[in-house]
Ligand binder design. Structure first.
Ligand SMILES: *Cc1c(COP(=O)(O)O)cnc(C)c1O
Length: 403
């Protein structure tokens, strides 16, 4: 008989593969943008599960969709289709440029599908030479071997043996570098329309425009990785809708399920026809539970009031962060868009983002970082003004302990 083990942070080190370093407290319950740990301590949630919990914790619409579907049908496989998957695909097509949808379970898988589609399309239409994938430094696209290699931090893809080939990394927002490098051998450009993990870096409008034009000139596909920017995060349903540039393929995940694992690749009829029966697949992709929750989430997020609310909340965050900065001089810049916000640390605070994150945790605030020099906030799109104010007060207290 095994001894009853105490479920505490220490057990993590005993039983889990050590590829994470979680915080000391263990949350057990959430409601909206509030979370409680094992000791009943309350936290304000500015992290949103890394841009996932877009309706907050346990939103009734999600709970209802999940439990209703759970009482009907959980899983079928792709040997059959199912109603929630078709409804959600239909809805995503209504809301975007897309004409076809492929469902996966995560962002990396959606990107994997996007990259495989781009390679297959180029091989079918232009022949075997057109395989180059261009991506950007500091970009992040997931952790499968293909997607992590396309991501712009070699440290994440090194040390696993031979990498998928013909992937080039160029500086983000550098039109000249792209123009100089790109050729008819380029199969696709994959980019985030606002770099998240890389430090909350917005593209310039000229850069996105140039990327689209160069793709058209060289018959290359444009893949937007909207895993973090998508589903209302920037105040547009998808970020591309605020940029005046339409991709050929778009990947979406994170906020798509509001906390239930789901991802999707969106594309056009012309491209989709190259993914014939058997070219790609997934056991769980299009799972009825995931799609039922996704549909409930998208119904709320796509409402104009929700999207307008994101911009209002962004303004509240910016005001509050600016006030903290006037007092403590911590940030060089508040950047990002909507509720994908980064506060970049100034000279004196370089390298201290994790210190701030830990101090915030101690003061009852869940925060994120984007590298050592940026604190990141990706809360629920429905976070209230009061929760924002309370959270910022906790952030201020945390910072005060570090000066
Ligand atoms: C989080 C993220 C991914 C990876 O998503 P997973 O669900 O962790 O596989 C890919 N691209 C971007 C831009 C992300 O932010």
């Amino acid at each position: 008989m095994t001894m009853e083990k105490q479920i505490q942070r220490g057990l993590f080190d005993e039983v889990m593969v050590p590829c994470y370093n979680p915080m000391a407290f263990i949350p057990v319950k959430g409601q909206g943008s509030r979370v409680w740990d094992q000791q009943g301590r309350e936290y304000i949630d500015f992290a949103g599960g890394i841009a996932v919990s877009c309706l907050g914790h346990c939103h009734p619409a999600m709970v209802n969709a999940l439990t209703e579907q759970a009482n009907k049908l959980w899983h079928l496989s792709n040997v059959m289709t199912n109603e929630p998957a078709l409804q959600l695909a239909n809805k995503l097509i209504e809301l975007s440029f897309a004409e076809k949808v492929f469902f996966a379970n995560s962002g990396a898988e959606a990107n994997e599908a996007a990259l495989k589609l781009a390679r297959r399309y180029a091989a079918d239409v232009y022949g075997p030479e057109k395989t180059e994938i261009i991506a950007f430094k500091q970009g992040f696209h997931g952790r499968t071997f293909f997607t992590v290699t396309v991501g712009g931090q070699a440290a994440y893809s090194d040390g696993f043996g031979p990498k998928p080939g013909d992937i080039t990394h160029l500086p983000y927002n550098d039109i000249d570098a792209l123009q100089a490098h790109m050729s008819d051998r380029t199969c696709a450009i994959m980019m985030e329309p606002l770099q998240g993990e890389g430090g909350i870096i917005s593209p310039t409008p000229e850069f996105v425009q140039a990327v689209r034009e160069l793709c058209d000139k060289h018959n290359a596909l444009l893949i937007f990785d909207e895993v973090q920017t998508g589903n209302g995060r920037t105040g547009h349903f998808y970020a591309y809708q605020g940029l005046g540039v339409t991709p050929d393929i778009l990947s979406t995940a994170k906020s798509l399920g509001g906390g239930f694992p789901i991802g999707a690749m969106l594309t056009t009829n012309k491209l989709a026809e190259h993914m014939k029966v058997g070219t790609h697949g997934s056991t769980y992709g299009g799972n009825p539970l995931a799609c039922a929750v996704g549909l409930a989430v998208v119904d709320i997020v796509s409402q104009p009031e929700t999207l307008a609310g994101v911009k209002q909340r962004e303004a509240w965050f910016r005001e509050g962060l600016t006030k903290i900065n006037d007092k403590y001089h911590v940030f060089s810049e508040i950047r990002g868009q909507g509720l994908l916000l980064g506060a970049a640390l100034n000279e004196q605070w370089q390298g201290r983002s994790r210190d701030i994150l830990l101090a915030a945790g101690e003061h009852g605030l869940m925060l994120l970082v984007a590298g050592p020099n940026v604190i990141r906030m990706t809360p629920s799109l429905l976070i209230t003004q009061q929760e924002i104010e309370q959270g910022l007060a906790k952030l201020e207290q945390a910072i005060a302990t570090l000066v």
